[in-house]
Structures are given as C-alpha cells and as structure tokens.
Design a protein around this ligand. Structure first.
Ligand code: F0G
Length: 346
C-alpha cells in the first residue's frame, strides 16, 4: 500500500484525489548494532533509499502529483539537486504528464541524472546553483500555469510526514533524537509536523529533539546566514538559501534540538563506515547525520543510552562516482584457479 492509501485519513485527500502510487513508503527501520555499541546509544536507520526512485522524495511527490492531477495540471516543473527530479520524473511518467526538471549543470550525481532522463523528463541543465534554478522554476511554473513540485508545494511536506508516522508505529513511540540531513529544509520540517500531528492525536506521548546536519560548505542554518556559493561533495544538500529555513528553525527551537555541520571528509568517512561495517550503502548527503553523531560523541555531547533514529535519505547507488573515488579497484586475475586461490586468503 502506498503513502496516500495508507495514511488517507491523516492527509488532505478527498475522493477526488487520484490514488496513484509506485509503492512508496513503508521503508525498513533497521537497528544498527555495531554503531550503537561504538556510540553507546540505541541507533536506528530509516532506509529511505528503498523507495521506488531511491530516495525519500517519493513520499511527498506522490501527494504533490496526485493533487496536481486533481487540479488538472498540464505539466510538472521542479528544480533539483537530483533526487526531487528523479522522483518527479518517475511519477510524471506513470501519470502520463510532461515534466520539466532544472538541474545545476555538472553538479548532479550520475545515477540521478540517468533516472530523470530514463523516466523521460525534459532535463534542463542551468548554469547556476540550485537556489537560482529553484527561483527560475517557480517563475516559469507561474508563467506557464504548470504545477511546481518542489517543497514550496505544501503537499510535498504533507506526504513526507508519513516517515514520522511509520517510525512511531514501528518503535511504539518517537525516538529521543531524530537525526536528519538538511538541504532545502523541507524534510526536517515535514518530520516535525508529522511527530506533532501524532502527538496531538494521542498516538505518541513525547516528541523527539530535531537534530539537523548540514555540510560545512553549505551550512546556512548553522551559520545563520545564506551561503552564496555552497559547495560540498554531498551534492544533494549543496544549497545556500533553504526555502523552508523558517520552518526548520522552528522545528529545532520548539523541540530543543540543534543544527550542526560536518566536513566533506567526515561525511565520506561515515559513508564508508556505514557500508563497509554495516552493509548499508547510502548516498553522501544521507551520511551527514552519522558523521555528526560521531563528531558529537568525540566532543562528549552525545548523551549515553538515548534512542536515535537517523534518516538515510537516498540510496548509495545514485552517486557511483563519489563512491568509486573512495575505494580500491577489483582484484584482476587471469582465468586460472591458482590465481583465484591466491587471492582468497581468509
Ligand atoms: N538527502 C538527500 C539524499 C536529498 O536529496 C536531499 C534534498 C536532502 C537530504 C535534504 O532534504 O531539502 O528536505 O532538507 N534534495 C533536494 C533535491 C534538494 O532536489 O533532490 P531537504
């Protein structure tokens, strides 16, 4: 069951809303035993890379596209660092509506670009950063009367609340800390709204602290200033002027949480640890929270024994170039058994 059917009662849908789905949501929440021991906490990972287009974006996109179809939209438009465009293009393909995606030229991971093209969107590489591409997308959507499906579209955040609902259902409560990467700041805002909604409904009795993690080269919510030239290996969160900055600040302030930044080196080290020691391959941006938890532990700022859920927002397969730059190459041999046995030292 997809997000709309599963949570119809909690979302702004009516009988007129088309019940579209690609099977998004209901992603695994996995207890990470090894890292829990290292960090002396109880750490869980929500594997959002298991969504149909490989990122959390599908939860909100299914809602945004359903509402756009309900309103008779002629086409969809978005700007993206990669995942939103992959998701929009996928749902547009399934719904049979044209989709225009604006990407910062040369700054989108290969897998995401391949997805948008394969799903048949019109892909436009803008020689500017994401923040500018988003302004252009909003203006063009207005001009043409097309549906904008970035998180300025409120239905995106509604759908993304479903991640919080699932966590509460699986754990029976909210975690102590909710650790999440922050780029355009929609997801942290959506999770906070989702937890609050569940508390108001009496389904949970406490709220988590919202802990947002940004890349040091693109950390406007940590510095408190927009960042005119964002730069990071975690291209998904290479954003200098987040659209939902105010909502995100509110989430952090109301929950007693915090924003922290981590360097590219820390992000890549966390990515490698997660894959090589725990069997989970997440894209660089998704690993900012783990990098941050490791850093807070080192600084003595991670309380012992707390339950933490981190959101692994996107699949590692989306960015093969960054992964390959971190690891060795295959051991190449001829076709003799001797050579093979030589390699098998274990
Ligand atoms: N992680 C991944 C893998 C993302 O793709 C994004 C955002 C984020 C985290 C941050 O989420 O923007 O809600 O704070 N990607 C957008 C995109 C900007 O265009 O795909 P956020």
């Amino acid at each position: 069951m997809g997000v709309i059917d599963r949570y119809a009662e909690l979302l702004p849908v009516s009988e007129k809303t088309p019940r579209i789905t690609l099977g998004e949501g209901s992603t695994p929440l996995v207890h990470l035993k090894n890292i829990s021991e290292t960090l002396e906490i109880e750490l869980w990972a929500k594997l959002e890379g298991c969504n149909p287009s490989g990122s959390f974006k599908d939860r909100g996109m299914v809602m945004a596209v359903a509402k756009a179809l309900e309103d008779g939209a002629k086409a969809l438009v978005c700007a993206s660092t990669g995942n939103t465009s992959a998701s929009a293009a996928a749902y547009a393909a399934a719904a049979g509506v044209p989709c225009y995606v604006l990407l910062p030229a040369g700054k989108v991971a290969l897998g995401k670009l391949a997805q948008a093209l394969m799903y048949g969107a019109t892909v436009i590489a803008v020689n500017g950063n994401f923040d500018r591409a988003l302004e252009m997308a909003c203006e063009a959507a207005e001009e043409k009367g097309f549906a904008i499906v970035n998180s300025v579209n409120p239905y995106r955040l509604w759908g993304q609340r479903s991640g919080a609902f699932e966590i509460c259902e699986t754990l029976g409560s909210a975690p102590d800390w909710h650790a999440i990467p922050v780029g355009n700041a929609g997801n942290i805002s959506a999770y906070w709204a989702g937890y609050k909604q569940y508390k108001e409904l009496g389904k949970i009795d406490k709220l988590p602290r919202m802990m947002g993690f940004q890349a040091a080269g693109a950390a406007p919510l940590v510095t408190g200033e927009p960042c005119p030239n964002p730069e990071t290996v975690a291209t998904a969160i290479r954003i200098g002027n987040p659209v939902s900055a105010n909502l995100a600040k509110e989430a952090v302030a109301q929950s007693g949480g915090a924003f922290n930044s981590v360097t590219d080196e820390e992000i890549l080290a966390a990515q490698l640890m997660l894959s090589s020691k725990n069997g989970i391959f997440a894209e660089p941006a998704s690993c900012a929270p783990l990098a941050g938890l490791l850093k807070l532990k080192k600084e003595g700022k991670l309380p012992k024994g707390i339950r933490v859920v981190m959101i692994l927002t996107g699949n590692g397969l989306k960015d093969p170039d960054t992964a390959m730059s971190q690891v060795g190459r295959p051991v190449e041999i001829g076709d003799s058994l001797e050579e093979l046995l030589e390699v098998m030292k274990a």
